[in-house]
Structure formats: structure tokens, C-alpha cells
Ligand binder design. Structure first.
Ligand SMILES: C[S@@+](CC[C@H](N)C(=O)[O-])C[C@H]1O[C@@H](n2cnc3c(N)ncnc32)[C@H](O)[C@@H]1O
Length: 205
């Protein structure tokens, strides 16, 4: 990762947004952005029950919501959800799906670093198509510190360093296995993805 050059943030964001705008029309058909098998459904239900325990309705913010996968999972569980994404085509698709499903969620085209509303942490409880190999990311990859992924332990340390308490993680073995099985069922090349979820609690700060 190189030092960020002046004027670079805008260019980096433009390239990143261009990448996701380009992929928005087929994003939900891409492997890994949908739930199609009972094993995937069971894995996601386990994960969401683990990360978002039943403590009543939450105000949830999904930053980089894309076409709304998590927005809709959380809304279906009764939470009040806002999704933001700076790629207009992603937000347009998320809005189209929200209208189709008659779900009352808030979806805003916005940059995560300049959210269009007050953000009160105390109110919160908490391959060909890959970005890495894309032409847009090739142009700005040295400015993206998380490109290529980071270890679960590193992300845990990052959340802890930024003041979240009760930081936990899960290796998502069931989701990885369910997705691998779906690749086989759909006749796709079987690839094992490294996945994990890390979460923490602002309330316990
Ligand atoms: C890998 S996609 C994930 C989409 C969704 N969370 C999902 O799991 O299906 C990453 C999304 O983050 C968005 N994104 C990246 N940087 C962003 C930023 N600074 N502000 C808002 N959105 C951003 C991209 O436009 C893209 O839609």
C-alpha cells in the first residue's frame, strides 16, 4: 500500500464506484450474493442470530449495501435499516428490490466517509468478476488498504483499537460449506472462499 497522494481519494472513489456500477446489473446473479439453497439459508440464519441477537428492533446502517442483501435480511427480521452506497446503479437496484418487496427501508446514494445524516453511535447497537482483478481496481489498488483481504485477527484488532467492546468473530464454516456445495450443484468450478464475520458492540464502550 502506498502513501495516499493528494487528489487521489476522489480518483480512487471514482474507480471503485465505476467498478460496482458496471457490475450492478448482474450482481445478484454472481455467486455469493444470494441465498439459493436450504444450507445457505440455515447458515445465514445462524450467522445473523449470532451477530444481531434478539434485543428488539435495532437501527441498522449497512455501509456499502450494494443491491441490499443485508439490508433486506435485517429488515425481514424487523429492524429499521438504512443502506448507503456510492454506486448509483447499486442503489437503484436496491431501491427496485425494496419496491418489489414493499419493504420500508431507507436507501441513500452516499459516500461512507460523508454520510448524509447525523450519525449518533450511542443510538446504535450494534474471479473474472472479482474486484481484485478488475481494470478499475488495477488503476487504484495501491490506494486500497483492504484489497486482497485481511485476517480475521487483524480485523478484530482494528475494531478493538477503534473502541468497540465485546469484539467477537466467527469463521462461517457452515456458509463456506453450503456455498461450496452449491457450486457443485450448479456445475461451477468449486472454489473455497475464506470468509468470516467480525462484530463488536458500541454500547459497551
Ligand atoms: C463487495 S460489494 C458488497 C455489497 C453488499 N454489502 C453485499 O454484501 O452484497 C461493495 C460495495 O461497497 C460500495 N462502496 C465501496 N466504497 C464505498 C464508499 N466509500 N462509500 C459507499 N459505498 C462504498 C461499493 O459501491 C459496492 O456496492
Amino acid at each position: 500500500m502506498g502513501a495516499r497522494r493528494s487528489g487521489e481519494p476522489d480518483r480512487v472513489k471514482q474507480e471503485v464506484a465505476a467498478h460496482w456500477n458496471r457490475r450492478a446489473p448482474g450482481f445478484d446473479a454472481d455467486f455469493g450474493h444470494s441465498i439459493r439453497t436450504p444450507a445457505e439459508r440455515a447458515a445465514w440464519d445462524r450467522i445473523l442470530d449470532l451477530v444481531v441477537p434478539a434485543r428488539g428492533k435495532l437501527d441498522a446502517l449497512d455501509v456499502g449495501c450494494g443491491t441490499g442483501f443485508l439490508v433486506f435480511e435485517l429488515a425481514a427480521r424487523g429492524h429499521r435499516v438504512t443502506g448507503v452506497d456510492f454506486a448509483p446503479a447499486m442503489i437503484a437496484e436496491a431501491r427496485r428490490k425494496a419496491a418489489d418487496r414493499a419493504l420500508a427501508v431507507r436507501l441513500e446514494e452516499a459516500d461512507a466517509e460523508q454520510l448524509p445524516f447525523a450519525f449518533d453511535p450511542s443510538a446504535l447497537t450494534p474471479p473474472a468478476g472479482s474486484a481484485r482483478s478488475s481494470q478499475e481496481y488495477a488503476a487504484v489498488g495501491d490506494q486500497l488498504p483492504f484489497l486482497g483481504g485481511r485476517s480475521r485477527e487483524e480485523i478484530e484488532r482494528l475494531l478493538t483499537a477503534h473502541g468497540l467492546g465485546s469484539v467477537c468473530s466467527d469463521p462461517l464454516h457452515d456458509l463456506v460449506a453450503a456455498q461450496a456445495q452449491r457450486m457443485v450443484d450448479e456445475g461451477l468450478e468449486r472454489r473455497t472462499h475464506r470468509r468470516y464475520v467480525v462484530w463488536g458492540d458500541l454500547a459497551s464502550r
